[in-house]
Design a protein around this ligand. Sequence first.
Ligand code: NAP
Length: 326
Amino acid sequence: MNSRKLGLTDLYLTEVGFGAWAIGGGDWSFGWGPQNDEEAVAAMRRAFELGVNWIDTAAIYGLGHSEELVAKAFEGHRDEIIIATKCSQVWDDKGLISSRLTADSVRRECEASLKRLNTDYIDLYQIHWPTDDEHIEEGWKTIARLIEDGKVRCGGVSNFNIFQLARAQKVHPIASLQPPYSMLRRKVEDAEFVYCRQNDIGIIAYSPMQSGLLTGKFDMKRVARNDWRRKSNEFKEPNLHINQEFAGRLWNIALKYDKTPAQLAIAWTLRLDFVTAAIVGARRPSQIEETVGGAGWRIDKSDLRLIDELLEERNKKIKVAGGYIP
Ligand SMILES: NC(=O)c1ccc[n+]([C@@H]2O[C@H](COP(=O)([O-])OP(=O)(O)OC[C@H]3O[C@@H](n4cnc5c(N)ncnc54)[C@H](OP(=O)(O)O)[C@@H]3O)[C@@H](O)[C@H]2O)c1
């Protein structure tokens, strides 16, 4: 699979990375419903066999469970896989989540992640959310110290706007921004992408298939009661139908290339050379077997225009999204 250099770092990421949020399971505020651990491990190993060289997880995914599964999947192969994880979202005994970026909290989180991941270094350590605004500089400085200590190779941020990026960049160079980016979520194109290009910050796009909506196969009947998607505006009526109609119309374009809408949606995020990679979530091997086909090909300009036209139609109908995606 093609790789792209991550910003100023010496890391080369394959165009598709494995997103390990959903495999964290269902038993927390932003879970995806029941998830079989064996299938989750098999999905990550299959991704690796298919050439995917990196995994994106977070301490908060499954309240530590996703990181434990990553460790299980790559036991004995640690140095062959690039592991990206995240801090800032902490939870208490009752599973209540809050944001914390104080130095002691970030250090504590890093030690806990290293333990769960069964490793002595993290390749890319990211601030998950900038919501503890007061402590952004302190948290980021702590990640810079963790790099000096050899516990972390590179530091990145996620969900930062341009002002927050500028604040962090003053303290220590940012390796990567992890923003939401899909056909349905293009807000970062205006300012954050420009800033990243100017400062050689890598971009790793999350939810490229809008958490399953853009696969052209999404069916709400399969979604568990405790799946976070039930709380998201994109997945609620009338938006759900509008989005599904849009995804259904992608089939015609995808089939021209012998591809599926899921693969088209991923290739669409990768059409920009300065987007380093797409983080693609999967819950079982068959899903990643399909979605690795999002890498390594280009959508013609005429079809990109057609997608824009379809999006314009969709955007006129949609109700403004107010859903929260962690
Ligand atoms: N930094 C952040 O705040 C943040 C936020 C969101 C995501 N992320 C990262 O980005 C990764 C990817 O995002 P995401 O998981 O939200 O969205 P995504 O990659 O757009 O969609 C993944 C979901 O789509 C469905 N799917 C995957 N392959 C499929 C296939 N071949 N056919 C049909 N359905 C398929 C699966 O859900 P079902 O089978 O259940 O439908 C899967 O969990 C996450 O795992 C996480 O690492 C980060």
